[in-house]
Design a protein around this ligand. Structure first.
Ligand code: GSH
Length: 290
């Protein structure tokens, strides 16, 4: 791992790092932002971390620059990890032609359809390569990768919910801003699953939060927080479907103490919305990680 840049923010430091030769990305390198809060600087005590997964068209920079997470992370002594949203440079024909598929749109799954299967394995990248690289880097010694939770926006909200539901031994909680909640039932998800998965939308059920919550072990304690704006154009176009996720959660027996879904009057899909609730989400994660 190589440090590309370093910025002081909210008393801590944000490092942009390059992870070389990631196996899950067919050996491609990837960049990420890692925030070390003030409490963890200079050999300070170990701190838990929240992974933020970004949405369609984004990189590791959108939420770092516009999400408004740093003051709350500094105050609660949480590290933040912002990965990229897809591999870059695979060279697959047409992978940059659409904004909602391919580059910038990895959907946090492991592709099973060629030619994507060799490179587009963002689920393994986030849960293995990235975390292993951070754990192996002395600069990030203070980050306790055994105490993690996950959050994200839009496609990244889908990633947060599904990676949490699929990897209980890695993530203790998940929150999401305007997540794609039921991708097998919306155009973005159908396009992604048809393109990345050899079994198409049917196989996509294994990467759909609304499907997954219905199948969760009833004995598992669930920690999920969702905020979504009612004036979000993608909500109005039925790309997000938070109502389906809430309904499935209740039907599966999870009450508001375990799955909280807040539909927010007047908010849209932008980072103005994300930054309005960023502090509340960080405080929610801190309660579950500290
Ligand atoms: N390019 C798309 C919009 C894509 C979009 O809104 N992406 C969201 C995530 S789904 C985002 O975070 N965009 C980057 C930003 O706002 O910084 C369009 O033309 O409709």
């Amino acid at each position: 791992m190589e440090v590309v840049s370093k910025n002081k923010v909210a008393g801590g430091f944000l490092y942009k790092v390059k992870i070389g030769s990631a196996p899950s990305l067919g050996g491609l390198s990837s960049t990420a932002n890692v925030y070390v809060p003030p409490a963890a600087l200079g050999g300070g005590h170990k701190v838990p971390a929240v992974v933020f997964l970004a949405g369609l068209t984004c990189t590791e920079d959108n939420a770092a620059q516009k999400g408004g997470f740093f003051n709350a992370a500094a105050r609660t002594s949480l590290a933040l990890i912002f990965p990229d949203t897809s591999p870059r440079g695979a060279g697959i024909t047409g992978e940059s032609d659409a904004w909602d598929f391919g580059v910038g749109a990895g959907f946090y799954l492991n592709a099973t359809k060629e030619p994507f299967a060799q490179f587009y394995n963002m689920e393994n990248f986030v849960t293995k390569d990235l975390l292993e690289a951070i754990a192996a880097t002395p600069l990030f010694n203070a980050i306790d990768t055994s105490k993690l939770s996950v959050t994200g926006h839009s496609m990244g909200g889908h990633g947060a919910l599904t990676l949490y539901l699929k990897h209980p031994s890695i993530f203790r909680a998940a929150s999401a801003f305007a997540p794609i909640c039921n991708p097998t039932q919306c155009p973005w998800g159908v396009k992604a699953f048809s393109g990345y998965l050899s079994g198409g939308v049917e196989e996509g059920k294994a990467h759909d939060a609304t499907e997954l919550i219905s199948k969760v072990e009833k004995t598992r304690r669930i920690n999920i927080l969702v905020d979504s704006g009612l004036d979000d154009a993608f909500h109005l176009q039925k790309q997000l479907l938070p109502e389906n996720f809430e309904k499935a959660s209740r039907a599966a027996g999870f009450g508001v103490d375990q799955v909280q879904v807040n539909l927010r009057e007047g908010y849209d899909h932008s980072y103005y919305f994300v930054s309005s609730f960023a502090e509340a989400h960080i405080d929610w994660h801190a309660k579950r990680l500290l």
